[in-house]
Design a protein around this ligand. Structure first.
Ligand code: SF4
Ligand code: SF4
Length: 425
């Protein structure tokens, strides 16, 4: 017999009615039918086959917290904290449960977060551009000298609980992007959203996106006033910092003369497109959201007829980040863009409905689960030596790169691959 306890539906209809009177109807947690459709898409359930690690039980715990104002025992809190917030359950739920919304409302009450003091410092670094700019050159010095291997061997990072985070660091770019990249007889201008870490750690993707947008006849503006999208802070319960960052972005982009705000990382995009919902108090949030666009969609809309890229690898594999599949739902744009490449075969990575384990900061806070999910994903490419795996989210690409694989795939953003096909000799 299923160990899951069936719950009553009484207070749910009352709450649903209250919600309806105050705005669009959102199903309440008590509207969960317990059909189990979500279990197949839930990565933590798939890993453990444990009902407590699945959406049905989490929805019930969220209901206890939000509707009944009850205190959860530590085990239930841990099961909630193990949630990757991938929103796969929300995407397939026939009741259209607003899982992310419940989780965000409950998160304010989940005081015991799994974030360490170092993790909180890391969030501060992500939020402060000036501080990052002071520290990044030192990080580059550290990585290009013997200091890195000495400190790694010393065990200091292990002792401080920083070994995993340090292992994820790649050598940062110490220069900044220009404020604009112009073309002759431009058809218009777009603003490029760079995010908090991409300018330093994923520069190639941004530079390739700029080259392709320029090739479509558009100028690219890089506002120095933009900040981190706020996703990391929001999902870790630091709503005040998240709102401050979101408002700075709204101010930065609202004053620019642009046709679109183009982003490359779908994790950032999923946050940017939700600014109206997350910042109802901001008058200009809607104006900015209306112009936010994923880079593939922009390129598809403006691609010149005489631009014909040629495949540099006859076959590539496409990974769907959860932010793209479950929130933005624009994975077809990426596929369509890649189909512009002559002679290109694009294969969907099997189990694309399951999260790779990156989950923003999840890969740092939940190493065991994150690694198990990543290795399960990469196992699909075991028989594919020299495979090229494309992912439209920097966090996923970073996590996938750290996988143990006898013949690791080359992982890159779809625009970098397209750029290589278009511009390489
Ligand atoms: S799919 Fe939706 S309604 Fe069905 S069990 Fe999951 S959360 Fe509940
Ligand atoms: S958000 Fe993802 S990990 Fe969390 S319950 Fe839903 S499917 Fe499972």
């Amino acid at each position: 017999m299923d160990s899951f306890d069936f719950m009553d539906f009484d207070s749910g209809s009352q709450n649903a009615e209250m919600h309806y009177q105050n705005g669009p109807y959102l199903p309440e947690a008590s509207d969960c039918m317990r059909c189990g459709v979500c279990l197949n898409s839930c990565p933590t359930y798939q890993l453990t086959q444990d009902e407590q690690e699945g959406p049905r039980q989490r929805v019930q715990s969220l209901r206890q917290l939000i509707q009944h104002q009850e205190t959860l025992d530590s085990q239930k809190v841990e099961h909630l904290q193990n949630c990757i917030q991938c929103r796969a359950c929300e995407a397939v739920c026939p009741s259209q449960m607003a899982y992310a919304d419940y989780f965000e409302r409950a998160q304010q009450q989940l005081t015991e977060r799994s974030f360490s003091t170092w993790g909180k410092w890391g969030l501060q670094l992500v939020a402060r551009k000036k501080l990052r700019r002071i520290l990044l050159p030192w990080m580059k010095v550290y990585q290009s000298t013997k200091w890195q291997s000495w400190l790694r061997k010393s065990g200091l990072f292990d002792g401080l609980g920083l070994a995993r985070a340090e292992n994820y660091l790649s050598e940062p770019e110490s220069t900044y992007l220009h404020s604009e990249y112009t073309v002759q007889d431009a058809q218009g201008s777009v603003a490029l959203f760079t995010g908090c870490l991409a300018e330093a750690f994923d520069r190639k993707t941004l530079e390739d996106a700029i080259k392709l947008i320029n090739a479509c006849g558009y100028n690219v503006i890089v506002s120095d006033s933009q900040q981190c999208c706020g996703a990391m802070h929001y999902h870790n319960g630091d709503v005040a910092t998240a709102k401050d960052l979101m408002q700075q972005n709204i101010d930065a982009f609202a004053r620019l003369p642009y046709e679109a705000v183009v982003y490359c990382a779908t994790g950032c995009g999923s946050q940017l497109t939700e600014y109206s919902r997350l910042m109802p108090e901001s008058e200009k949030a809607g104006d900015v959201v209306a112009k936010v666009m994923e880079v593939s969609r922009f390129l598809n809309q403006h691609w010149p007829d005489d631009l014909t890229p040629k495949a540099v690898n006859s076959e590539v594999w496409l990974h769907h980040p959860c932010s793209q599949r479950n929130v933005l739902k624009n994975q077809q744009d990426t596929l369509h863009l890649l189909q512009r490449i002559g002679g290109q075969r694009v294969q969907e990575l099997p189990e694309n409905h399951l999260c790779c384990g990156a989950g923003g900061s999840y890969m740092l806070t939940h190493p065991e689960q994150a690694d198990a999910l990543r290795d399960r994903k990469l196992a699909h490419l075991t028989d594919q030596p020299q495979a090229i795996l494309l992912s439209a989210n920097y966090g996923c690409a970073l996590h996938l790169t750290k996988g143990k694989h006898s013949s690791p795939p080359k992982i890159m953003h779809p625009v970098s691959y397209l750029s290589q096909c278009l511009f390489s000799e």
